[in-house]
Design a protein around this ligand. Structure first.
Ligand code: G6P
Length: 362
């Protein structure tokens, strides 16, 4: 049928969409490039970002995880304070808003009801909204003042993959362009570094056998799994855990490395899989300290590090890319490992039980 044609030779949409990430990243660079080879975003959007005294990112699921990393880009580069909120919680726990806020809605589908209800609420208050979405003409896009498109192509698998990395790429571009407009240019060439990310994604997508081996080794029969990281690695771990639980039904949780000792370490038993991310030099020693703590309690560690920071027992080493963009590449092995874990556990990868691609009810 038609869907089989779209899948091409792939057994699942999810695998196809994971593989499309290098291409999507390159497409985003091309879409946001200006004549001088730099990057550009509509002037009115840049103006809206830079005139805000605070940015509120609203999203759900994987898009929320992208928002956590987007906050780092915007705060580090454009120097605007950012809060990231789960859409469904925002209405009850509405923070005290700053005098001049900008709301950024991140939504692959542009149809998530929880996010839309926040959009309606903040529009009534007279605030401005930017939607970052994969679907032109979607509800969140139509009802916001501004839209930035992900250009990721249709995402069919319920578990989001290429939309997540596209969200990170677009957020990085928005943050860099806003910084530049304020005269605070980045210390590196974002276009070039995103190109390096795309190449790294390609290398990672070519290492499927290794990912399958890791999935079999760590997730064949386990009941639970933990992802740990510090700084942005923590946020990538949250996304890795979400992927694993969505499609393989393994109870997976992401934790900040430093928070383990405050509770979660009680759950470590003999053989509990711990996926530790080590892509950030400034926290490398601390995260490796956390790994030692869990190993001493019997955990089965799978350390995923980045070239330049690797140590002897690391299970997998990512190609070297700019540290601040590491999440765009670090998530790829986590997506693939989840895919193979689900596959070998006989789960319906593209249509996991109880989940919908876009949730249009609150
Ligand atoms: C659903 C999907 C998730 C997605 C979330 C937010 O729960 O199953 O994969 O991350 O909605 O969707 P959105 O389209 O707003 O990004």
């Amino acid at each position: 049928d038609a869907s089989d044609i779209e899948k091409g030779t792939y057994p699942h949409y999810m695998l196809k969409e994971i593989d499309e990430q290098p291409l999507v990243t390159r497409k985003i660079i091309a879409k946001y490039r200006n004549e001088d080879g730099g990057i550009t975003v509509d002037a009115d959007i840049v103006e809206a970002v830079n005139s805000a005294d605070r940015i509120y990112i609203i999203a759900a699921g994987t898009s929320y995880h992208a928002g956590l990393i987007g906050k780092q880009f915007i705060e580090n580069w454009a120097k605007i304070p950012v809060e990231v909120h789960i859409a469904s919680e925002f209405s009850y726990n509405m923070p005290l808003l700053s005098p001049n806020p900008l709301f950024i809605f991140i939504s692959q589908s542009g149809e998530t009801a929880d996010s839309r209800s926040v959009l309606v609420q903040i529009k009534e208050l007279g605030h401005k909204a930017l939607t970052i979405t994969n679907v032109p003409g979607s509800t969140l896009s139509r009802e916001a003042d501004y839209t930035l498109l992900l250009h990721a192509g249709p995402e069919i698998a319920v578990a989001s993959t290429k939309a997540y990395t596209a969200q990170l790429a677009v957020l990085s571009i928005l943050a860099a362009v806003a910084a530049e407009a304020k005269g605070q240019s980045l210390e590196f060439d974002l276009t070039k570094e995103l190109g390096i990310v795309a190449n790294a994604m390609e290398v990672l997508c070519d290492q499927k056998e290794e990912m399958e081996a890791i999935a079999k080794e760590f997730f064949a029969t386990t009941r639970n799994a933990f992802f740990i990281g510090r700084s942005v690695d923590y946020y990538v771990g949250l996304e890795g855990a979400l992927k694993l639980k969505e499609i393989s039904y393994i109870q997976a949780e992401g934790f900040a490395g430093g928070e383990l000792k405050h509770g979660t370490i009680a759950l470590i038993e003999n053989g509990t899989p711990i996926i530790a991310l080590a892509t950030q030099e400034h926290v490398n020693l601390s995260i490796r300290g956390n790994v030692k703590e869990v190993v001493a309690r019997g955990a089965n560690p799978c350390i995923i590090s980045m070239k330049g920071l690797e140590e002897e027992d690391d299970r997998f080493v990512l190609p070297s890319i700019h540290e601040e963009l590491a999440p765009l590449a670090a998530v790829v092995p986590l997506q693939l490992i989840s895919y193979y874990a689900a596959l070998h556990r006989g789960c319906d990868v593209d249509k996991p039980r109880n989940l919908a691609k876009s949730v249009t009810v609150e």
